[in-house]
Design a binder for this molecule. Sequence first.
Ligand code: NAD
Length: 492
Amino acid sequence: MSEAEKLMNYINGAWCESSASQFLEVQNPATAEVLARVPLSPPEEVAQAAQAAAKAQAEWRRVPATQRVQYLFKLKDLMEENFEDLSRTITMENGKVLDDARGEMRRAIENVEVACGIPVLMMGDFSEDVSRGVDEYMIRQPVGVVASICPFNFPGMIPFWYLPYAVACGNAIIIKPSERTPVTMQKVFRLFEKVGFPAGIVNLVNGGPETVNAILDHPAISAVTFVGSTTVARHIYARASANGKRVQAQGGAKNPLIILPDADVEMTTNIVTDSVFGNAGQRCLAASTIVTIGDADRSFHPALAEAASSRVVGYGLEKGVQMGPVITPQSKARINGLIEQGLKEGAKLLVDGRDAAIRGYEKGNFLRPTILADVPAGGTIATTEIFGPVMGITHVGTVDEAIQLVNSGKYGNMACIFTSSGAAARKFRYEAQAGNIGINIGVAAPMAFFPFSGWKESFFGTLHGQSSHAVEFFTQTKVVVERWLKEWSRQF
Ligand code: NAD
């Protein structure tokens, strides 16, 4: 084990070394440099965080919302000041190119900005004279202690789909980052420290599945959010719900993108390849299945092949690089295996990105963009979330067939259409079974003031992250029916 920095937990307003018996190395996926060592924190450390959070939350909920958001205003300033450092940290631990990392931090900040509106967003409702002299109103109260379990692919943004709303609504929170990309949160928590949140309101517990299960089981934690793969999302949803917790679990994806013959070739090709190959395909909103319709194959197949082949692959901190590595050597091997399997099942190799060697970064987990055409419906490439830079192309005759194909998938995170026909776009928007729709957009990522709306096996729960959904998720409604003195209400 290397001497790289041991990451700490942040519990009850203090940095604490974990008593974990196991630490994992966090490697830069482009260089294989060991950036840090992350503890697999034992359940007792989750318990410490939960107890501290519960104690702190009892006082925090009494702080007026207008004052709670002052901490967020400060946090926004600090995030702006540290924007470049946080973005570079994301690139170093995740591999995405610096501009993508900056985009990620921008969305994180946007969520802080939206949550600054909590005094209005968490307002209740009031009805006067629901019966003679009787008034009824609904107020929102925080749910208590909440926890967010996060994936590797957006280490800076995904905790912010939740944390700003949770704390502004009067809750205390525990963040459990991915053990593969935990460094960004380590830096973000240094900013929380500077912001001066009261001890116990924001807590960081690093770890893996055992740490997660301790969160799911701890009685002081009332609500859990999860973002990650569908297999784990199911587990989180089932176990946390069985323990009586409020839970939302965002899962995996296999996003289809359909192209009509009337779509603009240049613009569409650029947007589509950015969607498929951006972040090396490791985005839950990456397009992965491209469906060309009618004559679209003639112009688009060569254009997509050309754009994929000319994409610049390398270390994301270097200028001009358009695509970085995938997260681990295991992930690279898995993606190569899926491509092999697709070829065995009859797909045609249009662009081969396997075994990419990048000069100067021979130890990195690099692949180049791969395109498989004539992907058989129902086969491995059409149905498996690859989470790598692989485009599968299927060709159909009509929009109806394309929509049928889109809706036959088990996931429902995103579906996109490229066309200049308003009627086709409307039909698609209306019928496609996915919660995020792009119309001439390749990554239909909702702004912070809209919910991140996965459907089907991409989501387990009711309320999503971001926006008014997060406010509802992190508050419980209380309805009060009220009658006062007879003479003041005139009569009953
Ligand atoms: P993952 O499911 O492997 O891990 C996510 C989290 O779950 C991590 O914090 C990890 O420690 C924990 N975990 C892993 N295995 C566990 C287990 N057996 N029991 C309890 N906890 C466990 O996901 P990942 O590889 O980090 O992220 C990629 C996945 O996330 C992809 O499937 C992607 O589509 C999905 N994702 C979805 C969205 C969305 O909004 N729908 C957004 C981003 C990523």
